[in-house]
Design a protein around this ligand. Structure first.
Ligand code: ARG
Length: 367
């Protein structure tokens, strides 16, 4: 397989090449429908936006650089995005946003399936142009690898028709949100296909996709038609009042073993493929923290947002002692990585990376 640069079929095969995000110039974007629906009502982020404080950017970059070095020291090739100017407003014929988001986390934007890297539609206006941060790398892989397929999903229009106005109130309350989540009534409508790459988990021939705020059923249908060689399964987690991105909810560690957030259990009627093939779904350990760090979009469950290096080795955030302990019991070697001060930039160890190359081929784990 000379010259193969891009190849990754699942979340656990031995990792050889990865993209690690950067915190440079990251912004808290201005209000917009899908983003507002995600920010908890009691969050310190409500009502404020603009460039993130420089000291937090510097600290996050220090941690991301150290993480990149840890990976390089293990023989993994690490590439970094080239930040565009995130302070720039963006206007299309259909919408305007006063700033962009950043080049963290790459997992949200880039979906690698085999020799293909697919730029997601995205569902926030402030993230519409985020793929540009990764274009220099895409060009490089295109030049290096004759089999690399660089794909981009149809850019969505993101007019108001994409969002349910019911979600625009800042006084919905968690009860109501849980009721809506159980009914699969999310902020995004079915106007056009929408998905973020981080709603997709790769299990060889099978793709498991979370239906929630950032990915709608049409987005999942688009993925189904785009990957005709795959089986695409939609899942939802009714326990999550802010369902975006599957990787703090459902975390495969190796063939046959998945961690599931105990507050967001996969409903029984969606477990057949796992049960029928003897896969074990275990509750993840409790997070070590009671609250997320300041100005953070995510919940404390970034504790389970781990990066698997191979089926026996996993990167766990350094302060997440309960998660590390559980990994140890599950027979995984734990690589500690300090990242908590970068959580505010969009996520944990899985989020802040995007696969380029893992050894292995496309296998059928659910025959
Ligand atoms: N929605 C998740 C939580 O707050 C965070 C997921 C972050 N993942 C990502 N790829 N950005 O629990």
């Amino acid at each position: 397989m000379a010259n193969t640069v891009v190849n990754s079929w699942n979340e656990w095969d031995p990792l050889k090449h990865v993209i690690v995000g950067r915190a440079d110039d990251c912004h808290i974007p201005p209000e917009e429908p899908a983003l507002d629906a995600k920010v908890p009502e009691d969050s310190d982020m409500r009502g404020q936006w603009g460039r993130r404080p420089q000291d937090t950017i510097d600290r996050a970059n220090e941690l991301l650089d150290t993480f990149a070095k840890q990976l390089t020291d293990r023989g993994i090739r690490v590439d970094r995005p080239t930040p565009i100017d995130h302070a720039l407003p963006a206007t299309t014929p259909d919408f305007h946003t006063d700033s962009q988001f950043g080049c963290m986390p790459p997992r949200d934007v880039l979906l690698t399936v085999g020799s293909e890297m697919l730029e997601a539609t995205m569902s926030y206006r402030c993230r519409w142009f985020e793929y540009l941060n990764y274009r220099p790398l895409m060009q490089q892989y295109f030049n290096e690898d004759p089999n690399f397929r660089h794909e981009s999903a149809p850019k969505p229009r993101l007019t108001d028709a994409d969002y349910h106005p019911d979600y625009l109130s800042d006084k919905i309350g968690v009860e109501k949100r849980l009721e809506w989540a159980a009914k699969k009534f999310f902020v995004t409508t079915e106007e056009e296909p929408l998905f973020d790459a981080a709603d997709v988990l790769r299990f060889g021939r099978d793709l498991v996709v979370q239906h929630g705020f950032t990915t709608n059923m049409k987005g999942i249908e688009w993925l189904r038609r785009h990957f005709p060689g795959h089986r695409v399964h939609d899942v939802n987690f009714p326990g999550d009042p802010y369902p975006i991105h599957i990787d703090a909810t459902f975390t495969p560690l190796r063939p046959g073993l998945i961690l599931n957030n105990p507050q967001r259990r996969l409903p029984e009627d969606q477990r057949a493929m796992f049960n029928d093939n003897d896969w074990e779904i275990v509750d993840a350990a409790q997070p070590a923290h009671n609250t997320p760090p300041p100005l953070c979009y995510s919940s404390t469950w970034l504790s389970m947002n781990v990066l698997v290096l191979d089926p026996k080795t996993v990167c766990v955030e350094k302060s997440e002692v309960y998660q590390a302990e559980q990994m140890d019991k599950l027979g995984m070697e734990v690589v500690e990585v300090e990242l908590r001060d970068a959580y505010a930039f969009g996520g944990g160890l899985h989020c802040c990376t995007a696969d380029v190359y893992r050894e292995g081929t496309c296998e059928d784990y659910f025959p």
